[in-house]
Design a protein around this ligand. Structure first.
Ligand code: RUB
Length: 346
């Protein structure tokens, strides 16, 4: 007999970053893509919790909504495994695990939204599972809704530029910015993508290119430094009409933290008169954060810049600055697309 409630409730047909079954949390290791599809299974014990925290830190699972999803789901798996534990022990364990997960990555606010939602469920395992699965289901529904809203901005034949990876593997559903392209194509519009490779960890090259090819979306890969040239001339002579990007945290004034390089892309778009849109669920909007200066920006290991996929590309002792995110000022953002519709913050 089943002891763990599955997530999603019905087996998904498309790409997924993770799912839950009787064995625990199954997580696709995004570091291995596009070369290999490796799945890890994390159970409802201390090891499973710690392994999930490390998977988030090391970007085995990444993307703002997906980080929240993975954290919430492992807590649900853990809660369902605690049948013979006293209430005091349960509450202490839950708090300890939430504290650990909160320390994994600072910038994407969705992680904290998901953990707060689970914490608010108290000490009842069923309520914790409801809260965790509720976060993931809401995110999947938001992806669908924002995809449909964003698709209305696109015309048949448009080329869009994007950075990092904002598809199914970055969320609990079809994706944010890349989800807009999927929705538009479902409407019958022929939309093509120009993907920035996204140094240093190449989420654009490894994940966006891979997901587009898997989903039959025409995609052209460029290095980050080619963005202005692509906006000015259009790869293959086809002009880029719009930029769609995801977000890790949107401050109250609309300043938006997203993958490093997003700010440069927005400046290039402004120069070329190409509308720049941020696609993100409500869980990415941090109304308590006044502006971009207040967003915590994660700085990562210098080795990520001195190497490419483990191969040295720079002197081993060169000084490095490696912020994982930058902040695009609200003045450069044409509109935001969320599950609530398309709106402006300026
Ligand atoms: C991911 C990243 C994505 C955002 C938004 O960074 O910056 O662009 O999370 O996309 P990392 P989405 O790979 O370091 O986690 O809203 O689809 O997650």
């Amino acid at each position: 007999m089943s002891t763990v409630r599955p997530w999603p409730a019905e087996k998904a047909t498309g790409l997924q970053a993770f799912f839950v079954d009787d064995d625990g949390l199954h997580l696709l290791d995004q570091r291995e893509l596009p070369l290999r599809e490796v799945w890890h299974i994390f159970g409802g014990d201390d090891d499973g919790l710690e392994s999930t925290a490390r998977a988030i830190e090391s970007l085995a699972v990444r993307g703002a909504p997906a980080i929240g999803g993975a954290a919430a789901l492992i807590l649900a798996v853990w809660a369902q495994a605690q049948s013979s534990t006293s209430k005091e022990h349960f509450v202490a364990g839950l708090q300890r695990h939430i504290t650990r997960l909160r320390r994994t990555r600072p910038t994407a606010v969705n992680l904290f939204v998901a953990l707060d939602r689970v914490a608010a469920a108290g000490s009842n395992p069923e309520a914790i599972v409801d809260a965790a699965y509720g976060y993931c289901n809401d995110d999947a529904a938001a992806c669908k809704a924002m995809g449909d809203h964003g698709a209305d901005l696109l015309n048949d034949g448009d080329v869009v530029v994007t950075i990092c990876h904002t598809g199914a593997l970055a969320t609990c559903g079809q994706g944010t910015a890349l989800g807009v392209v999927k929705s538009a194509r479902r409407q019958g519009k022929d939309i093509a993508v120009v993907a920035l490779e996204t140094r240093p960890l190449l989420q654009g090259a490894r994940l966006t290119a891979w997901e587009c090819l898997r989903e039959g979306i025409p995609v052209t890969l460029i290095t980050d430094g080619m963005a202005a040239a692509a906006l000015s001339r259009g790869p293959g002579g086809r002009r880029i009409r719009r930029a769609f990007v995801g977000a890790d945290r949107i401050a109250n004034n609309g300043d938006t933290a997203n993958k490093i390089g997003t700010f440069s892309l927005s400046v290039s778009c402004a120069h070329h008169g190409v509308p720049f849109h941020v696609v993100a669920p409500r869980s990415t909007f941090d109304d308590a954060c006044p502006d971009g200066a207040a967003i915590p920006i994660e700085e990562r290991d210098p080795l990520e810049v001195r190497t490419a996929r483990g191969t040295p590309t720079a002197p081993v002792d060169v000084s490095v600055w490696n912020p994982a995110f930058d902040v695009t000022p609200t003045s450069l953002i044409e509109s935001f697309v969320s599950e609530q519709g398309v709106f402006r913050r300026r």
